[in-house]
Design a protein around this ligand. Structure first.
Ligand SMILES: NC(=O)c1ccc[n+]([C@@H]2O[C@H](COP(=O)([O-])OP(=O)(O)OC[C@H]3O[C@@H](n4cnc5c(N)ncnc54)[C@H](O)[C@@H]3O)[C@@H](O)[C@H]2O)c1
Length: 333
């Protein structure tokens, strides 16, 4: 049977999830066009390291551009003529959206509008785009289902993700483009984001520094291993576009209380954390636990990686790259 290879634009390719997705698609023999502006929200040197890995593949091409600037974006897409787009570029992180909401509206709203508009003008059949579990906001149902209401976002970050889903609906309605929204739940893994809990905890515990534990640890997350997220996105990409407009929860194999997560990290490091118990962080949600039965039903999504395995892999990677990782500057807040 002839192997199908496709050309996929991955926005945010220098970012955590975009890098891993691009890497997997390249390994499958697909062509990948990476787009990223390499923002300095967290130290861009880790983005350059991820890109250096991708640039070893002859089927990878990279453009450093800001998706909030429309004409440069359309020029790249017209030149590359991709089959479709996986749009992961965004200003991520809840906390920074309290101090710099403009960065979120620029990258996530204007940037996403530009991606949708360019896809329409190029008559691409489908866009997969990153949403977030944060769209569930104050909804207290647990686990969270795609059919739950999402009208109560509690941060500008979450509001921009909800706006993306609303715009996706409009583009689908007006032009028939298939729009697939990916609601990710706390993704973790190697080459992960330095602003996220696992990275910060491992870094501080190794350095003997205290870790900030929000809501005194009374939080619960569907931590999702990056390989499971990538498997979910790939399965959705392999489905033939049929003018759908859907959102999917892509959450992890296990939901875990934050304090158990810390215990797991301590066991892997062989070192106790100095816990700095803090109140709830403004904009954050106590519990984000995913019901992934829809993705399971439609594309067989079945996250496999246990927290034990995922955390052990992360700690081993961190130790291997410790000299570099410990020099990264602190993420913006
Ligand atoms: N990692 C998670 O746990 C998680 C959870 C929910 C949703 N998400 C969403 O998934 C997507 C990927 O997240 P990630 O964890 O890989 O984040 P990331 O910050 O590592 O990657 C995002 C990338 O987008 C790029 N970018 C930002 N603004 C841009 C712009 N205007 N033009 C071009 N590039 C731009 C950044 O430079 C960065 O490399 C994001 O949309 C994020 O909001 C992530």
């Amino acid at each position: 049977m002839k192997k199908i290879t496709r050309k996929i634009v991955v926005t945010g390719a220098a970012g955590f999830i975009g890098f891993h997705l691009a890497h997997t698609l390249l390994e499958k023999g697909w062509r990948v066009v990476g787009i990223d502006s390499i923002t300095d929200y967290y130290d861009p040197r880790i983005k350059q390291k991820r890109l250096a890995i991708l640039k070893k593949y002859p089927k990878f091409r990279f453009y450093r551009t800001n998706i909030a600037k429309y004409s440069a974006l359309e020029t790249i897409l017209r030149k590359e003529k991709p089959d479709e787009i996986v749009h992961l570029a965004a200003q991520a992180g809840v906390r920074y959206s309290l101090s710099n909401p403009w960065a979120y509206v620029e990258s996530n709203e204007l940037g996403t509008l530009n991606i949708f508009e360019a896809a329409k003008r190029l008559e691409l059949p489908r866009v997969l785009y990153a949403s977030s579990s944060s769209v569930y906001g104050l909804n207290e149902a647990s686990p969270m289902k795609e059919t739950d209401r999402t009208d109560t976002q509690i941060s500008v970050y979450a509001a921009t993700k909800k706006a993306n889903e609303a715009m996706a609906h409009s583009y689908h309605h007006l032009y028939g483009t298939e729009m697939i929204g990916l609601r990710f739940f706390t993704v973790y893994g190697i080459w992960g984001r330095p602003d996220l809990a696992l990275f910060k905890f491992v870094k501080n515990i190794l350095a003997g520094k205290p870790i900030d534990v929000y809501n005194r640890g009374k939080m619960k997350r569907s931590f999702t291993h990056i390989s499971d997220v990538v498997a979910g996105i790939t399965a959705l990409l392999e489905r033939t576009p049929r003018h759908r407009n859907e959102v999917y929860n892509l959450g992890g194999a296990e939901a875990m209380p934050l304090l158990d997560f810390i215990t797991l990290i301590e066991a892997e490091l062989g070192k106790k954390a100095k816990k700095h118990l803090m109140p709830m962080q403004a904009g954050d949600v106590k519990e984000t636990v995913a019901d992934c039965s829809k993705a399971h039903r439609d594309v067989g999504f079945a996250p496999k990686t246990s927290m034990q395995k995922g955390v052990a892999e992360f700690v081993a990677w961190f130790r291997e790259n410790e000299r570099f990782l410990l020099t990264l500057r602190e993420p913006k807040q």
